[in-house]
Design a protein around this ligand. Structure first.
Ligand SMILES: *Cc1c(COP(=O)(O)O)cnc(C)c1O
Ligand SMILES: [Zn+2]
Length: 436
């Protein structure tokens, strides 16, 4: 299949109408670029120099408040639009992204000895993971610069999100995923009609190829830890947690971490909300990694500089958080350090065990990477990092239907097996009696 080629190279500049944005600041050298002049990354620091979008909070505050939000009927991530790097009249994808439920889970709280546990279910997004928040943002920004083609590399969910949201707008797109991505995610990409490139290699290989291809063909690049606007989409999950808890900020938020972009987005949400006077303290942010993909846990424990720490060789069944070198690691480390949280590792067995525990305790069925956040909360409770006075939110980042093979492993490991019987009441009675 021939890849679509962009005829004119696009300049990735905004059109200058973003009055709420004061600039984009490099996370390494702190150089600030006006929104109209910023590229994807810092011109001095190169690809490590991820940019952070900064706001004029006085202007934002004059257009958005806890009270105005209470009256707003826009039940999607776009309810925070004045606090996002998009024009007031920008066209957004028609699929409803965001405003996913945050459920009170008192049985889980009791089991862990905590004051409260809330589970935010990102499996309810249109393509069934939190990545829809970032991909929706990417499409708005791509439209802003008139891109013909958008692209991303992904372990699967960011791809599915870009694919589905593109389909909703009729946007051409090219997707790079590792060949080993779960079938459900690949099926999504093909159903949505993306040009799908299955890379014989891991996520890192797919990422590098996507970077090279977007430079070669001039495609709009959504890549995590490269495109500065992705954090601004993901942060809406954090803003929603705060709003749904009626601005009584939880004491801690648990989230699984691969590239570190979601946790960076949560941190941004907390900084925004503090600056706007919407909350009186920031929750501690806890980043949970699989033991086989624990780059940031290592860096946190050993006080290593993530700018110079070498990549690891990641291996975990939680495919969405498998990353040799977390692309958004600078923001990710700051999120934990500046809020007084921690990075914790959990084994694949603990991740699998968390799938049915979370499902039974809250009704939320998560893919392994989503359940990993809960597995991390179990570890934190055991170690006393959270305790009886703490109100804790868990971000369940993707649906269990994303990876049915792992879900089956999880329930088998938990000893849950169905009864297989003849279709008679007698057979049912016998089976129920045997099971006890
Ligand atoms: C992408 C993803 C994560 C990790 O997010 P990062 O920004 O890469 O840290 C966690 N869970 C799910 C389901 C994901 O798709
Ligand atoms: Zn820089």
């Amino acid at each position: 299949m021939p890849l679509p080629v962009q005829q004119e190279p696009v300049s990735f500049m905004t059109d200058g109408r973003l009055e709420q944005v004061t600039g984009l600041v490099c996370v390494i050298c702190e150089q600030s670029y006006p929104a109209e002049e910023a590229g994807y990354v810092c011109r001095q620091c190169g690809n490590e120099g991820i940019l952070d979008v900064r706001y004029d909070y006085e202007r934002v505050g004059s257009r958005l408040s806890r009270e105005s939000l209470a009256d707003d009927r826009e039940m999607s991530m776009w309810r925070y639009r004045p606090l996002m790097p998009v024009a007031a009249d920008a066209e957004v994808p028609p699929l409803t992204v965001g405003w996913t439920p945050t459920y009170d889970a008192p049985r889980l709280a009791a089991a862990l000895g905590l004051a409260g546990v809330w589970v935010k279910d990102e499996g309810r997004q249109p393509t069934a993971s939190l990545k829809d928040r970032a991909s929706a943002m990417a499409l708005v920004k791509a439209r802003e610069v008139g891109a013909d083609v958008v692209t991303t590399a992904s372990t699967g969910n960011a791809a599915a999100a870009l694919s589905g949201l593109s389909a909703s707008m009729g946007q051409k797109n090219v997707i790079f995923v590792p060949e080993s991505a779960p079938q459900a995610k690949i099926a999504q990409l093909l159903a949505y009609g993306s040009t799908v490139v299955l890379v014989k290699g891991n996520y890192g290989d797919a990422f590098d190829l996507c970077m090279a291809a977007s430079a070669e063909y001039g495609w709009y690049n959504r890549n995590t830890g490269f495109n500065p606007y992705m954090t601004e989409g993901k942060k809406t999950a954090g803003l929603e947690i705060l709003e749904q808890l009626e601005w009584n900020a939880p004491d801690a938020i648990f989230v699984s971490v691969g590239d570190g972009s979601i946790i960076g987005g949560l941190h941004k949400a907390m900084k925004d909300a503090l600056a706007l006077g919407w909350i009186d303290h920031s929750p501690r942010l806890f980043g949970i990694q699989a033991a086989g993909s624990d780059y940031l846990v290592q860096a946190f424990e050993n006080n290593e500089d993530v700018l110079t720490k070498a990549p690891i060789s990641a291996d975990t069944l939680a495919d969405s958080i498998s990353a040799d070198l977390p692309r958004d690691r600078i923001k990710a480390m700051a999120a934990v350090r500046e809020t007084g949280g921690a990075y914790l590792r959990v084994s694949d067995e603990a991740i699998l065990a968390a799938v049915p525990v979370l499902a039974r305790g809250s009704g939320v069925f998560a893919e392994p990477a989503g359940a990993a956040a809960y597995a991390g909360l179990v570890v934190a409770a055991k170690r006393g990092l959270v305790g009886s006075s703490d109100r804790v939110a868990v971000l369940s980042t993707g649906s269990g239907l994303k990876d049915v093979a792992s879900a089956m492993k999880a329930v088998m490991a938990a000893g849950s097996e169905p009864m297989v019987i003849e279709p008679t009441l007698a057979a049912l009675k016998e089976a129920l009696a045997t099971r006890g």
